[in-house]
Design a protein around this ligand. Structure first.
Ligand code: SAM
Length: 356
């Protein structure tokens, strides 16, 4: 949980400007660091059995010292990741049980490693990027510096996919027809969106078009879902290589933020050519003009800055994306803000009769 303030504290630190607000940013950063370390050290896993444990018992199980473990648990209690009972023992809170332990179907605990690296390593280059008005390297080059870089990157991406996929698929119809509905997932990486679409609709067949490093991870996830017969892979570069064609739907999720007008218009034209006559493209991304939510709006601006550092990209407005889609020939362009994630989905069809 973010560091919370009561009404008086909020007045003093935020609204009346009687104390410097940057201090609360500092403690929020510290809170993330503590929660990330708790995941890494296995604290939430040993508390996953619903049997409350004392600090000493937790310390023994995670093979750590009693005093440090006690102070960690106290901090985690203040942050509402664990709950302290009257007998000085601790359990996971519902928040932790749902999102941060391996046994939960919603778990994003592996994805948190990406956040840590982005926050504490990758952002070190932000000043240089801003001074030069261009990043010195891309996040892709940076990932290669870690032995498990591509794994933790895709685990982090899966966090967003797990939040967004079900809600997104609720809003998309895949009408049945004589032949399978062919779905192309451009930069589909981990494959979660294609997996969920194929599991939900038996007549959908997927193709994931991504670099070999990401395809290797996608294959594992598709295989674990017994879908290797229905989801195919193209190992390649979607900027440089020839595109396949004959698709009914193209997914373009968390890709347009890596490009500006020219790059995105080129991508949209390639997608247009790869679609059947009544096909559609579905875009999912953070939008800088997101219609509501203080949190959503702030995320879109912060990510715009960090995407500049990562891939010389930024977050875009719906109006811009719509104009680029129109330039590429798309029609019936609609947007929908998802509620359970910060993303907006945009659907555009190739012809007037196209599905949306
Ligand atoms: C930000 S991730 C998005 C992953 C997934 N679509 C999602 O929304 O969770 C970008 C993906 O695009 C892939 N990618 C980026 N540039 C690419 C390129 N030029 N050719 C092929 N794949 C690329 C990366 O490997 C990665 O899997």
């Amino acid at each position: 949980m973010p560091v919370q303030m009561n009404l008086v504290e909020k007045l003093v630190w935020n609204d009346l400007n009687l104390a410097p607000g940057i201090v609360s940013d500092y403690f929020t950063g510290m809170a993330f660091r503590v929660a990330e370390l708790a995941i890494k050290m296995g604290i939430f896993e040993v508390l996953d059995s619903n049997i409350p444990l004392t600090a000493l018992e937790v310390a023994e199980k995670i093979k750590a010292g009693p005093r440090g473990t006690y102070l960690m648990l106290e901090a985690l209690d203040a942050l509402k990741y664990v709950k302290k009972a009257t007998n000085n023992s601790y359990t996971n809170t519902k928040l932790t049980s749902k999102w941060l332990v391996e046994s939960s179907p919603h778990s994003i605990h592996r994805g948190v490693k990406l956040f840590k690296h982005l926050l504490f390593d990758r952002l070190e280059s932000l000043e240089e990027t801003i001074r030069n008005d261009h990043p010195a390297d891309t996040i892709w080059e940076w990932l290669n510096k870690f032995p498990d870089g591509w794994e933790f990157f895709q685990e982090g991406m899966m966090f967003g996919a797990k939040l967004a996929a079900d809600e997104l698929l609720c809003h998309l119809k895949f009408p049945a027809k004589a032949t399978p509905h062919r779905l192309l997932d451009v930069g589909g990486g981990h494959g979660i969106y294609s997996v969920k679409a194929c599991l939900k609709h038996a007549h959908v067949e997927g193709t994931i078009f991504d670099w070999p490093n990401s395809v290797a991870i996608g294959k594992k996830i598709v295989g674990a879902n017994q879908l290797l017969q229905k989801i195919h892979f193209i190992e390649g570069d979607f900027e440089k290589d020839t595109w396949p064609s004959g698709f009914d739907t193209v997914f373009l999720f968390s890709i347009i933020h890596g490009y500006l007008e020219e790059g995105n218009t080129t991508l949209f034209r390639k997608i247009y050519c790869s679609l059947n006559s009544e096909g559609r493209v579905v875009i999912l991304d953070l939008m800088v003009d997101t219609p509501y939510g203080t949190f959503n709006k702030t995320i879109a601006k912060l990510m715009g800055l960090t995407l500049f550092n990562d891939v010389a990209g930024e977050t875009h407005s719906f109006e811009h994306v719509k104009a680029w889609l129109q330039n590429a020939g798309f029609e019936c362009i609609k947007k929908r803000k998802l509620l359970k994630s910060p993303y907006t989905m945009i659907v555009a069809s190739k012809g007037k009769k196209g599905q949306s």
